[in-house]
Write a protein that binds this ligand. Structure first.
Ligand SMILES: Cc1cc2nc3c(=O)[nH]c(=O)nc-3n(C[C@H](O)[C@H](O)[C@H](O)COP(=O)(O)O)c2cc1C
Length: 183
């Protein structure tokens, strides 16, 4: 029997139309396939945890960045359920404590419309900056997943890509822990 410690991850997501939530589930699947005990939580209900080996956060790109209350209301006007606008990842990260006894390792992703995917700014970049200020370090660069239009659907192949990205996160996190390059 292996005595290797089971590593723990949490995927916290914001999602107005549900696309980012599907990606979060697929990322979690990838982490689990690599042996990580993984929970997926909507940002509105996510309490900070300080005993994680890896924190993954994801959000939709709104106005080239993380959402704000006004952009979430805009999404509601375009058909998103009103309750999804209650809290965004920006506010959640700002209110979260520093990594605590965890390793302080994190990964960030966003969803964005396929036509504008090459724009240099996005929700994930903003989330990365905010997490860095809190004392987290990213195990891989921010990643964008694609939707066809504002309400979705996800572009072809995105769930598969999300699962393989999740696996990559797990492998990277484990090797950093093994190398002792985290506090
Ligand atoms: C108010 C608003 C602003 C948006 N701005 C952008 C943007 O700047 N760039 C982009 O690629 N997509 C933009 N989108 C599209 C969102 O990224 C898309 O709705 C989101 O990825 C869907 O994810 P969700 O289903 O998890 O909410 C915007 C959507 C809304 C509602």
């Amino acid at each position: 029997m292996s005595t290797e410690k089971c590593l723990r991850a949490r995927v916290v997501h914001e999602s107005l139309f549900g696309n980012t939530a599907w990606i979060a589930l697929a990322v979690a699947e990838g982490l689990r396939l690599e042996g990580f005990e993984t929970t997926v939580v909507d940002v509105r209900f996510a309490v900070p945890a300080d005993d994680l080996d890896l924190l993954v956060v994801g959000a939709p790109t709104h106005a080239f960045s993380l959402s704000r209350p006004a952009t979430r209301q805009d999404a509601v006007r375009q058909g998103a359920p009103p309750e999804t606008a209650a809290l965004g990842l920006r506010e959640w990260i700002e209110g979260a404590p520093s990594p605590g006894t965890g390793h302080g390792m994190a990964a960030v992703f966003d969803t964005r419309v396929r036509k504008v995917r090459h724009l240099p700014v996005s929700a994930a970049r903003t989330a990365a900056r905010l997490l860095h200020r809190k004392g987290y370090h990213l195990v891989v660069p921010p990643h964008g997943f694609l939707v066809e239009d504002v309400p979705g659907p996800l572009s072809e192949g995105q769930l598969k890509e999300a699962t393989s990205w999740g696996r990559q996160l797990a492998v990277e996190t484990r090797s950093r822990i093994a190398a002792g390059s985290v506090h």
